[in-house]
Design a protein around this ligand. Sequence first.
Ligand SMILES: Cc1cc2nc3c(=O)[nH]c(=O)nc-3n(C[C@H](O)[C@H](O)[C@H](O)COP(=O)(O)OP(=O)(O)OC[C@H]3O[C@@H](n4cnc5c(N)ncnc54)[C@H](O)[C@@H]3O)c2cc1C
Length: 417
Amino acid sequence: MQHVILGTGPAGVLAAEAIRKHKPADTIVLVGDENEPPYSRMAIPYLLAGDIAESGTYLRGGRDHFGLLRVELIDGRAERVDTVARTVHLTGGRSLPYDRLLLTTGSRPVRPRIPGIDHPKVLSCWTLEDARAIARALRPGARILQMGAGFIGCIIMEGLSTRGRLTVVEMGDRVVPRMMTPAASAMIQRWCASKGVEFATSTQVNAIEADGDDKLLKVVLGKDPREFDVIVCATGVKPAVEYLKGSRVSIGPEGGIVVDLSMRTNLAEVYAAGDCTEAEDFSTGESFVNAIQPDAADQSLIAALNMAGQPVAWRGALRMNVLATFGLVSSSFGQWWGTEGGEHVEVIDDMRFKYLRLELQDDRVIGATSVGLKDHVGALRGLIQTRTRLTPHWKATLMHDPHKFMDAYLACAQDAA
Ligand SMILES: Cc1cc2nc3c(=O)[nH]c(=O)nc-3n(C[C@H](O)[C@H](O)[C@H](O)COP(=O)(O)OP(=O)(O)OC[C@H]3O[C@@H](n4cnc5c(N)ncnc54)[C@H](O)[C@@H]3O)c2cc1C
């Protein structure tokens, strides 16, 4: 049996290892197009902040990790997949036949289509090569404009601000608008501002202009013309699936590869996992792209087991965002925005940058948002993911003091057991 895996990010690497564990005699080929040792994008903020070297981003140490596992690692880009002939065609002419194909090609950054956006000093922060370009472009005191304050934007802020003076522009009215409640967003923004970051929310950059000798980039923020040495774009990502054009593999409304709960696509021998997929939301049942690493890891293991002939089903994608911005930890889980007819409890401690909000539906916690909470955050996830039923006593206790979530989880889970 020949397994071909496209993409050498966490999903591809974990899947290759899991298939090898269960199928010692099968052939496994892992293809990546970045010409780097397999690495984790999650480590890039630490690289930018100077906390780790490039090797610290590598997913696996050891000189010949993949060789020892008998996984063939190929530098190449999948250009086209012929699902009738069961062959992947790489740029340059090489082709790879497969019995089972796993698509783990992740996502790519998207930029707003505005004049000047393709200037060489407008950078993304997605790949190791991007991180190198940012490091080259910045010098102490540089003026940096970051476009976008979503999940990735908030993660890279600290690393960028160690390299210059950071201004963040966000077209929404607050930071992380698709991940946190308004009160939590406001608290995170206030914290980052106290660390020296300047924010312009509800503001859009409509054009970028270079000065005469191409050294400075000019933009208008609100009504103010401003100059920056470099612009970093963190304006979202989309699944990397262009090589599937004409392949018969189904793409969903959000642009991701549609998978079922065994990570199988609409074609029996083709699987997909990680950022490039569109899967069922654990909370709502709707299909969506959940581009976070824990999901990529879970999905890749499910896909690998099924490819190795061990049927296993996933529980669906749980929304789960954990951020550390200048040391302030924040998180949101599940249906953090609540539901019609549901109840909520919210505790805000502005002075100490602490916040907790739980969303409930009947006798269950269905979503949570926290700021400044480090201990037992996993219990919030557990409460939601296990759909633990609260006894009337514990529901009343949580509505009075949501910080008792750990005790509630333990007591009610034990009761249920
Ligand atoms: C700066 C940064 C910080 C992040 N921090 C966090 C965090 O704190 N928490 C979190 O949960 N997530 C974080 N993420 C997101 C996380 O990195 C992704 O969810 C994760 O990398 C997804 O893994 P993946 O294997 O699906 O895709 P990827 O890691 O994107 O790997 C896909 C690989 O496939 C390759 N590829 C694409 N097309 C082709 C092709 N046609 N042929 C061959 N190869 C191809 C790509 O080049 C890439 O190497 C962060 C991302 C960034 C950029």
